[in-house]
Design a binder for this molecule. Structure first.
Ligand SMILES: Cc1cc2nc3c(=O)[nH]c(=O)nc-3n(C[C@H](O)[C@H](O)[C@H](O)COP(=O)(O)OP(=O)(O)OC[C@H]3O[C@@H](n4cnc5c(N)ncnc54)[C@H](O)[C@@H]3O)c2cc1C
Length: 420
């Protein structure tokens, strides 16, 4: 079968096949979805020497810009697959966030006192991040990435999972078998739906509009947050002298002129609409799968949970999922343990991490969506008199950097060196 030939050639590079996977299976773990979380998980599994097949329905590897904030715990985890150094080199280290209201600067959050070596929040485009994670995953001989392949069906018994896979180029179907499947297929997860999983949650009643522009400010690598009676604007540096601007939408208008107008009235910065490099809008959601696993299929990343992008924690929480799941897969491949208790622990730990992060995102949304004179005065008071004063101001950097959210067990020692 065509796909088996690809796997054979791919594994044939120099991996020992006799080890982990029994006869009749195509991999130790099938990963569905080469988003940031699926790519990172595949890298971790490859680093552990597990035969991993990653399928992705998109044919091109050009993802949307979307996520930009990478937190220190993620960078620490990236060290295990040699991805931290290239990701840091590709990004902007944000060391300070400057907070304003309509009357001027309210104060600053300084990240330089965070523990080294990652005493900053990294801003990097999602496309560049995924390029590096993909390169690192593919550098492990036991990892095979198949683009243009969509998971369209699944069945399982007590020892394995069979995934029905469609080749999107010619609509041919094939089957892949493995002891376990990790569903990293995003918030509209096909696997979750096929297994009858429910994604409980809500859509918030606010929308945001955002765009990337050439950076014409003198703010260097600082982030700037504006909270005024007319709404809020956030601005983050991006590599290549660009800036991401995010504004609370005012009514249904979500196009470039609307963003430029919001940025001008709230922050006073004049953007050139014609120079916009990328544009999008979003209505935040908060969703959580009712169960994170069904038999031998486990949800990971947005397939399991979605939170508001405000605060930049969704993808970072997904990296935490991948970290713990990789440890579990490694343990299962090396023992005769039953998977159910380990998957149950994964679910407990990751639900907790999600709850903490999503509640923080909700508080950030509350802060950013106060409008009018009274709401804005209350917010300015809270920011100036409480949050930006000791002891809170000392707690804010590790809080925003997600260093106070517990993560799962370490699966692997860091890999020395590591270029993309
Ligand atoms: C505007 C915005 C800004 C954000 N900013 C941040 C931020 O700064 N920091 C942060 O931490 N998070 C941020 N997030 C959240 C972040 O984008 C997501 O949490 C993250 O992309 C989830 O990654 P994932 O790999 O789980 O899923 P996805 O990125 O959705 O990837 C899923 C992949 O699975 C593939 N797929 C789907 N179905 C199938 C199938 N049946 N077969 C094969 N492949 C399939 C898809 O093509 C896709 O490539 C932001 C989100 C938004 C909307």
């Amino acid at each position: 079968m065509k796909i088996r030939g690809i796997l054979h050639r791919s594994y044939g590079r120099d991996v020992m096949l006799e080890g982990a996977a029994p006869r009749g299976v195509d991999a130790d773990v099938l990963v569905v979805g080469a988003g940031p979380v699926g790519l990172f998980l595949s890298g971790l599994l490859g680093r552990a020497g597990l035969r991993t097949v990653l399928i992705e329905r998109r044919q091109s590897s050009a993802p949307p810009s979307m996520a930009i904030g990478i937190m220190p715990p993620s960078l620490m985890m990236f060290e295990a697959i040699g991805a931290a150094a290239p990701v840091v080199a590709a990004g902007c280290a944000v060391a300070t966030a400057v907070v304003h209201d309509h009357a001027g600067e309210l104060g600053r959050v300084d990240f330089t006192a965070l523990p080294p070596p990652f005493a900053f929040i990294l801003a990097v485009s999602q496309g560049e991040l995924m390029r590096i994670l993909r390169a690192r995953a593919c550098s492990f001989p036991s990892v095979c990435v198949l683009d243009g392949r969509e998971a369209v069906g699944v069945r399982q018994d007590s020892s394995s999972v069979v995934l029905q896979v469609r080749d999107v180029r010619d609509d041919t179907r094939t089957e892949l078998t493995a002891p376990f499947v990790a569903a990293c297929d995003g918030c509209h997860s096909t696997l979750r739906r096929l297994l009858g999983g429910v994604h409980d949650g809500k859509r918030y009643r606010v929308s945001f509009v955002m765009g990337d522009f050439p950076d014409t400010t003198a703010w260097a690598h600082d982030a700037h947050l504006f909270f005024t009676p007319r709404g809020s604007v956030e601005s983050f540096p991006l590599p290549g002298h660009r800036r991401r601007w995010i504004a609370l939408a005012d009514g249904p208008a979500a196009d470039t002129p609307a963003l430029v107008e919001r940025v001008r009235t709230i922050s006073g910065v004049e953007l050139d609409a014609g120079a916009e490099l990328w544009h999008s809008s979003f209505t935040p959601e908060r969703r959580l799968a009712r169960t994170f696993s069904s038999g031998r299929v486990v949800l990971c990343g947005d397939a399991a949970h979605v939170m508001s992008p405000i605060g930049g924690q969704g993808m970072n929480t997904g990296f935490g999922d991948a970290w713990q799941l990789a440890a579990i897969m490694r343990r299962l491949s090396a023992s005769h343990e039953h998977h159910a208790p380990l998957f149950a622990r994964y679910e407990t730990d990751r639900r907790r991490a999600f709850r903490i992060a999503a509640n923080r995102a909700a508080r950030g949304m509350w802060l950013g969506t106060r409008k009018g004179r009274i709401g804005s005065t209350v917010r300015a008071f809270v920011i100036r008199r409480v949050l930006l004063r000791p002891p809170f101001v000392l707690r804010l950097p590790p809080y925003f950097a997600m260093l106070t959210i517990p993560r799962g067990r370490d699966p692997l020692p860091p890999q020395p060196g590591g270029a993309a």
